[in-house]
Design a protein around this ligand. Structure first.
Ligand SMILES: Cc1cc2nc3c(=O)[nH]c(=O)nc-3n(C[C@H](O)[C@H](O)[C@H](O)COP(=O)(O)OP(=O)(O)OC[C@H]3O[C@@H](n4cnc5c(N)ncnc54)[C@H](O)[C@@H]3O)c2cc1C
Length: 411
């Protein structure tokens, strides 16, 4: 008896699920609403696709702050090493970069999608483009088939794997359809929120610093007097606020508190403690004692930041360094370690991932099958799991896809 498996969504999770289900003997049809596959993979890693990370399982999971532990099953059944071996076998050579990030040697995300596409053709998966699934039809808590938005067709099948992605970058086709599909079948949807997302700030001065990147700084986010998150590394000013690695990382904790008010505190000199910084400033001011303040901070701050920094301190930029009052020096010291920014929003459509989604409590982590509907499976970002940047999200999609496909084929 044939086991017919339908996959909803042709992103990383859906493509791997289709491959895995077919390899394990199922008759597989993949439905993708776009006219091409893997649109999000194509833009991933700035077009280079950071497809996974070589970290060992335990450390790998630590980089998935959104329910990482749920992935132990999927990652041990289809690990980062398995994924690399899969792509190597499909002719995509890989290389490891800073922080264990894995990329195709060609630096082309296109090669990753092409390899997946050829893999599907090889194992006989039928791909139906421009097919936007509306609902999974169920009878007596068992999957029966699919219906669509744009056509009057009923597609009968034994199993369905929902791999519709999250809600970020909706232009790639991921608009959150899977949440509606799952909710209609009785699943709980944990509030989807943008994560790994640039932040919008109230302060207008950020606009003048657009494009300026600060390395080795520390950012700490506070809401209602409570510390939310802190990160050390690189950040970027944009025309609307702040972005860059450390901002994206803390954004996960910031976003859900924006309505209550979130303040960012930038420490521009985190390597120096209070005493060291005071000594350092004294030394610089002795060196430049006859200069105007605007020309005396060149060893401490990037050039573009100096006039804005002085303005924030409320000091005349032309004031001679040897005429600065103690109070003015203290203001400089304070702002060097605690430059404040007020978060008023986030660039929702530019989020790298969506946190929240189908509740993990209602999915069996050993199979990815729904605990509510027999024959229904979930894979990828539609699930309430989200990781940091570094290849963790794509691996999560590939691993859950592989496991869902295998389980659907063999059950
Ligand atoms: C700009 C950007 C860069 C990124 N870079 C990286 C990176 O380098 N490394 C990394 O690990 N992660 C990266 N990510 C995150 C990663 O790309 C995603 O987490 C991952 O692609 C999720 O895979 P998915 O298959 O679950 O969902 P998606 O890739 O979103 O795929 C879902 C698919 O389902 C289709 N679909 C949706 N609804 C329906 C429907 N009703 N019927 C039929 N089809 C439907 C969509 O068209 C889409 O093709 C990046 C994300 C972005 C936005």
């Amino acid at each position: 008896m044939t086991n017919s498996v339908a996959i909803v969504g042709g992103g990383a999770a859906g493509l791997m699920a289709a491959y895995s289900a077919a390899v394990h003997g199922a008759e597989v049809t993949l439905f993708e609403r776009n006219s091409i596959l893997g649109m999000k993979i194509l833009i991933s890693g700035k077009g280079r696709c950071n497809l996974t990370n070589i970290k060992e399982l335990h450390e790998f999971i630590q980089n998935i702050p959104g329910n990482g532990k749920f992935l132990y099953g999927a990652l041990s059944r289809f690990s980062n090493r398995d994924l690399i071996a899969f792509f190597n076998k499909m002719g995509v050579e890989t290389k490891v970069e800073r922080g264990g990030r894995v990329f195709p040697k060609s630096d082309r995300a296109k090669d990753v999608v092409k390899a997946l596409e050829s893999a599907l053709i090889k194992v006989g998966v039928e791909i139906r483009y421009k097919s936007r699934v509306k609902e999974v039809v169920v009878e007596g808590k068992t999957v029966k088939g699919l219906i669509f938005y744009d056509k009057e067709e009923f597609f009968p099948c034994d199993k369905v794997i929902v791999a519709t992605g999250g809600k970020s970058y909706p232009s790639t086709g991921s608009t959150g359809d899977g949440y509606d599909i799952a909710q209609k079948l009785g699943h709980t949807i944990v509030q989807p929120r943008p994560s790994l997302v640039p932040l919008i700030t109230k302060e207008e001065w950020v606009k003048d610093l657009q494009g300026l990147s600060l390395k080795n700084v520390e950012v700490t986010a506070y809401s209602m007097g409570r510390k939310l998150a802190s990160q050390f590394g690189e950040m970027l000013f944009t025309h609307y606020g702040v972005s860059g690695p450390i901002i994206l990382t803390i954004s996960r904790s910031v976003v859900e508190h924006i309505e209550e008010g979130v303040t960012l505190s930038l420490n521009l000199k985190p390597a120096l403690n209070g005493e060291m910084l005071e000594r350092r400033l004294k030394r610089d001011f002795e060196k430049y004692s006859r200069k105007q303040l605007k020309n005396a901070l060149v060893d401490l701050l990037p050039k573009r930041l100096i006039p804005i920094f002085i303005d924030i301190c409320g000091i005349e930029p032309e004031k001679s360094v040897n005429q600065l009052t103690r109070e003015e020096r203290n203001k400089i010291l304070k702002n060097l370690t605690d430059l404040k920014l007020t978060v008023i929003g986030c660039m929702e459509d530019e989020a790298i991932v969506t946190s929240g989604g189908v509740s993990i409590k209602e999915i069996d982590s050993r199979t990815m099958e729904s605990k509510i509907i027999k024959g229904l499976y979930f894979a990828g970002e539609v699930i309430d799991v989200d990781g940091l940047t570094g290849g963790y999200n794509l691996q999560a999609a590939f691993s859950t896809g592989y496991l869902a496909g295998k389980s659907a084929a063999l059950s």
